[in-house]
Design a protein around this ligand. Structure first.
Ligand code: PMV
Length: 346
């Protein structure tokens, strides 16, 4: 039966990559496999109202925090255009999107992973209502597939805990077209409660879009080495996660973060995405780790903010360290306490 009017709400989290996706092959396909964990506090909440249309022109509207966004809406609309081939029924509806983020708009935290996954899930909810019995595995796999078309990293946000995206010999079900969840039994319990405290070093706009960033790899002199290293790191990380080897985990994620930034610095067009305070934090973290033996590590996205990763057991001492030593490097003393999360919620 045709659905005349429907409204769906999804809250979907951001995720933090441990092995980074940086470089594409072809259209929205990853040059190497990536692996992340899903966050819990950094979320986008999106409501989509679908209204059946007649022969009139399709009406698309996007509201961010209650205010209509013409320019920002373009990104969502071009996304809906691209997925229409996989969800032809979308063209029969007027689409009104209401979205909000839990994190400040200009925090330097990319909202594309949480935003695109939330939107993809709303579109899947309509598909489910139209088609009846859609099983749960198919639902999330296709949501990931659609989200990937909007933003590669968004493909990993539809699952709880750890997710990986891209073909890889260690993961038989892995695909370039959608992400899969890393089976929970393959992740040591210490990683299920891992913390990510995000220090907001620079809340300005990103100096390089990820589209430009990915394309820089095409002509990068270290390109092939990078893709090989990333795929090797997936193999290594898989075993680290199984064993619960936190030291090896920290070593690997820091290497990945710095390699991402080193690639951006040394490419045909050079970008330095760290700020002086990013480096100051890294130095403090490494010194404090050596002095205290605390398992505190960092990773970075394509920006200046620092993600501090540590086991739950270290939380009290790490939060004290942040308060006493690191908060001076945060813009307006801002940081966000997050952790491995349970995935999207309806
Ligand atoms: O999803 P995109 O195209 O915005 O790329 C994200 C790239 C990184 O955040 C830097 C790494 C990753 O794997 O999430």
């Amino acid at each position: 039966s045709p659905v005349e009017q429907a409204e769906y709400t999804w809250q979907s989290p951001s995720n933090i990559a441990l092995v980074k996706y940086w470089g594409k092959k072809g259209d929205q396909l990853p040059a190497n496999a990536s692996l992340s964990f899903t966050l819990s506090q950094c979320v986008t909440t999106t409501t989509v109202i679908f209204g059946k249309r007649g022969s009139d022109r399709q009406n698309l509207q996007l509201f961010l925090d209650g205010e209509e966004q013409k320019a920002f809406g373009q990104k969502a609309f071009s996304f809906l255009d691209k997925i229409r081939g996989f969800q032809p029924f979308l063209q029969d509806y007027h689409i009104q999107i209401h979205t909000k983020n839990s994190f400040p708009h200009s925090s330097g935290i990319a909202s594309s992973a949480s935003g695109m996954s939330a939107l993809a899930l709303c579109c899947m909810s309509l598909e489910k209502e139209l088609n009846g019995n859609v099983d749960s595995d198919f639902f999330y796999e296709k949501a990931s597939f659609l989200a990937r078309i909007g933003s590669g990293s968004a493909s990993r946000s539809v699952y709880s805990k750890f997710a990986m995206w891209g073909q890889h010999h260690e993961y038989a079900n892995g695909s370039d077209l959608y992400a899969i969840q890393v089976p929970e039994k393959e992740v040591h319990k210490d990683f299920h409660t891992f913390r990510d405290t995000i220090l907001l070093i620079d809340q300005g706009k990103k100096s390089v879009s990820s589209t430009v960033g990915h394309s820089l790899l095409d002509k990068h002199p270290f390109r092939d080495e990078r893709y090989q290293t990333a795929n090797n790191n997936i193999t290594e990380l898989k075993h680290i996660l199984e064993k619960g080897d936190i030291e090896a985990f920290g070593n690997l994620v820091e290497q990945e973060a710095l390699m991402l930034h080193a690639l951006m610095m040394s490419g045909p067009e050079s970008f330095i995405l760290m700020k002086p305070n990013t480096l100051a934090v890294i130095e403090k973290v490494r010194n404090w780790r050596t002095e205290t033996g605390t398992q505190l590590f960092f990773t970075l996205d394509a920006g200046a903010n620092v993600h501090l990763l540590y086991p739950e057991s270290a939380e009290p001492i790490v939060l004290e360290f942040i308060q006493n030593e690191l908060i001076v490097y945060c813009e307006d003393k801002n940081y966000i306490c997050d952790n491995v999360g349970e995935g999207p919620q309806q």
